[in-house]
Design a protein around this ligand. Structure first.
Ligand SMILES: [Zn+2]
Length: 233
């Protein structure tokens, strides 16, 4: 049924697609397909859990042989922005295409966050430019609630960033949960993603990137100075 089918075969991907895969069936991991079997994605550099490619053994952390040269490459060490092959990105999971310009009805019908937005995507060349620029130049620090892998992909697709310093997170997964104390363990957050679904649907709709009024278009080469002006770096 089209309404719920966002699954996509690697051969059907188009450059600039925002893709995601489910991890442990609890949360989704996101990235931007840039063509030639490569995905640029953002992970927590301290706890990425995605892959550790060993050039000497050719073994990725998923335990599979990866024949792709430089898979998992981080051009800015410690930035968390990596370029990986599709297999290492999905880690034996399935691949899905994030939906843009979703109707409000579609948004509500999707029980889980992290799958769609009413916002409009920019043309693929702009999307790829942002993703590759951030891969080559770095990206703001990872934060599960306010700057995660979905935030990265949403920014690459739309160029939108919040100018509200108290409300930075744009990802629909994070917006499904209530703000929590910084010191809460990541596991607690993840558990809440799974349990907060029913009460959070209307909350998520209100916070959707395409509906929010606190987001502005920020050119990728001005992102650092924009965040500096907001005193967020
Ligand atoms: Zn790989």
């Amino acid at each position: 049924m089209e309404l719920f089918s966002q699954k996509v075969k690697p051969s059907d991907l188009e450059k600039g697609d925002h893709v995601y895969t489910w991890r442990k069936n609890i949360y989704s991991h996101h990235g931007i397909y840039i063509g030639e079997g490569k995905i640029i994605h953002f992970v927590n550099p301290r706890n990425d859990g995605i892959l550790r490619f060993s050039a000497s053994s050719g073994i990725s952390s998923s335990g599979t042989y990866c024949p792709t040269s430089n898979c998992g490459l981080e051009k800015v060490a410690g930035s968390g922005v990596r370029m990986s092959c599709i297999d290492c990105f999905i880690k034996k999971g399935k691949l899905y295409r994030f939906k843009y310009e979703a109707s409000p009805q579609f948004l509500i019908a999707k029980l889980r966050g992290g799958t769609c937005t009413t916002a409009r995507s920019d043309p693929p060349e702009e999307v790829i430019h942002r993703a590759t620029y951030l891969h080559e130049n770095g990206y703001p620090k990872y934060d599960l609630m306010s700057n995660n892998c979905e935030d990265f992909a949403l920014y690459c697709k739309t160029g939108l960033w919040s100018n509200d310093i108290g409300y930075q997170g744009r990802s629909s997964q994070a917006n499904m949960v209530h703000p929590t104390k910084k010191e809460d363990r990541i596991e607690n957050h993840i558990q809440r993603f799974a349990t907060a679904i029913p009460r959070a649907c209307s909350k998520r709709e209100n916070k959707d990137l395409g509906i929010r009024e606190d987001v502005v278009k920020v050119p990728v080469d001005e992102l650092s100075s924009f965040l500096l002006a907001l005193k967020l770096t």
